[in-house]
Design a protein around this ligand. Structure first.
Ligand code: ADP
Length: 470
């Protein structure tokens, strides 16, 4: 099958979040399944030689190759993309984001024809490429080249929708008749993601549970009705984990490599972690680790509410993260008060993250909502038991068989679960079995790619357009 992956960020070229991981890993997994895949993304300032080997194709198009032979096409336009940030800077979102990503979407469709790559599927990701299905079924609908292309839109986090004021609508080049409740209008504003949802053939999210949750008022951020209307075409596929990066057997950042068969090495990592975090080397005390953005979505509201109680329990807590200033201040104050319990690292530090995944006993991850989540999958690969709130991808990956799950988003429930874990940790034999079960999980990209392929087949088989323009 011929597939064009369209994403605004792709590992290793540009990354702000999980979207880039998916857009970088999925094409390579599809290539290994013998599919013909290309990627199209904007060329940002950071995508330069010699860091990347980039070839020129046209005055405004260049490309690089990843995997065996997967081409990544870069759309160049200095005015829009030659900037430090992807979507904004310290002061907030760039004010011309609508111009930037509508340009990217149209140029992507034109490019497909110019390189004569007629895909079976265009796979779009998040609002930044969600205009592609809209354009395909409006401005490009009478062009025979595009006739048989089907589109899939993957929503990585429905909290980000691409909202713009109505006054900007003419810039999209679309007929005003599309600015209505059945189209791109959302409470008097333009909602790009909503446009994509209305016009694509299949909608997908990054876990089965999240695909259901976003159809509810609690998690839908106002788009639950639109999604519910199309519920037969809403699916969820769990992201895979890149085991070439996250593997305790080969990890270069940890002091002692270990594996399921040779788990003792993990304890050396625990001692080393406590040493670098300047925590007391008390025997038998469980170490809880956190690696996360410091944001309310990630559970820091209930966690900071509960933290004084947590600090009085028989545990040690290592926190690595950056994010909302509010949580920086709160955590700094509490870490000063309990220096023998909390080790706080307010930064982004990949090597330290690896050491925390390897050296902790428990990985604490209580997000309020989590489309997929990587931390719980990584920690399991390292035999570090996840403690999660039952939501989204966390509900799909963590069970009482490989971790601890609480299902009421309340600080009391979080505290109760921590207490339960401290008790369970005392039974060394049972804990070891739990670690072994966690390490046996396999969230490989190969399995996820096979599911995507089945979804592409489904979209391809559906000859009828799901949206008929008036
Ligand atoms: P999200 O993409 O919503 O932030 P995920 O759980 O999907 O959450 O992915 C987060 C990824 O970023 C994980 O690989 C995690 O290890 C990493 N990460 C988050 N914060 C930090 C940090 N401060 N230092 C190093 N790595 C971090």
């Amino acid at each position: 099958m011929r597939i064009a992956i369209c994403a605004s960020e792709v590992v290793p070229f540009a990354k702000t979040g999980g979207l880039a991981d998916v857009a970088g890993a999925l094409p390579l997994a599809l290539e290994l399944l013998d599919q013909e895949v290309i990627i199209i993304m904007p060329r940002y300032k950071t995508i330069q030689e010699p860091k990347f080997s980039v070839q020129r194709l046209k005055p405004d198009i260049s490309y690089a190759v990843i995997g065996k032979n997967t081409k990544v096409y870069f759309i160049e336009k200095d005015l829009y993309f030659n900037r430090d940030g992807l979507y904004g800077d310290k002061t907030g979102d760039y004010p011309d984001n609508l111009d930037r990503f509508s340009y990217y979407s149209k140029r992507t469709l034109d490019l497909l024809k110019e390189i004569n790559f007629a895909p079976d599927i265009i796979h779009c990701h998040d609002w930044q490429s969600a205009l592609i299905p809209v354009y395909l079924k409006t401005l490009y609908k009478n062009n025979p080249f595009y006739k048989n292309i089907k589109t899939i839109l993957t929503i990585h986090n429905i909290g980000y929708q691409g909202l713009f004021s109505k006054e900007e609508f003419p810039k999209l080049g679309l007929d005003w008749s599309l600015f209505n409740i059945e189209g791109l209008e959302f409470y008097g504003k333009i909602n790009i993601l909503k446009g994509g949802i209305e016009f694509c053939d299949i909608i997908n999210t990054v876990s089965p549970t999240y695909s259901q949750e976003i159809q509810t008022k609690e998690f839908g951020f106002g788009l639950e009705g639109v999604l519910n209307k199309r519920r037969e075409t809403v699916f969820g596929i769990l992201n895979g984990l890149d085991y070439s990066i996250w593997n305790p057997e080969t990890d270069k950042f940890i002091i002692k490599n270990y594996s399921l068969k040779n788990i003792e090495g993990k304890y050396q990592n625990k001692e080393e972690l406590r040493r670098i975090c300047q925590l007391p080397l008390k025997k038998g005390v469980p170490v809880f680790g956190i690696v996360s953005r410091l944001a309310e979505q990630k559970g820091f509201d209930i966690l900071t509410d509960a933290i004084v109680k947590i600090c009085k329990m028989n545990l040690e807590l290592i926190i690595l993260g950056t994010g909302d200033l509010k949580y920086h201040v709160l955590l700094e104050n509490i870490a000063k008060k309990y220096p023998k319990v909390i080790s706080l690292h307010l930064k982004f530090d990949d090597p330290l993250a690896h050491k925390i995944y390897a050296g902790s006993d428990i990985f604490l991850m209580p997000p309020k909502y989590e489309p997929c989540g990587l931390g719980q999958m990584i920690s399991m690969a390292y035999g570090t038991i996840p403690l999660v709130f039952k939501t989204g991808g966390l509900a799909d990956t963590v069970t009482s068989n490989n971790g601890f799950v609480f299902d009421k988003y309340k600080k009391e429930d979080l505290i109760k679960t921590i207490d339960k874990i401290i008790k369970a940790f005392k039974d060394k034999k049972k804990w070891l079995q739990l670690m072994q079960r966690a390490m046996q999980n396999n969230f490989s990209w190969k399995e996820s790619a096979k599911k995507y392929l089945a979804l592409y087949e489904k979209a391809k088989a559906n000859e009828a357009a799901t949206y008929v323009t008036k």
